[in-house]
Write a protein of this length. Structure first.
Length: 91
């Protein structure tokens, strides 16, 4: 197994130990918000591409209770047009 401290800066470790985060250093809040904004813009571009081409995309999230699925879904959908994105809860 690879320790998080052995992973090159900014890269995820493929095999990280359970007691270590996948990144060696915590990202600064300002940088996180800047990157989040850019990624949300890219997501809007993808939504426009889906609308223009008639393609469809399915994103399936699976995990245990309290695993962060709801927060991930909320972050994915908060800036999308609700007419072009739908969230369905499955059992």
């Amino acid at each position: 197994m690879t320790h998080a401290s052995e992973v090159p800066e900014g890269e995820l470790s493929i095999e990280h130990m359970e007691d270590a985060p996948p990144y060696p250093d915590k990202i600064k809040n300002d940088r996180y918000l800047d990157e989040l904004r850019l990624l949300q813009i890219e997501l809007l571009k993808v939504q426009q591409w889906v609308k223009d081409t008639g393609q469809r995309i399915v994103i399936l999230l699976e995990g245990r209770d309290a695993a962060g699925k709801g927060g991930s879904i909320r972050r994915f959908t908060e800036n999308l047009n609700p007419r072009g994105a739908r969230v369905v809860a499955l059992r």
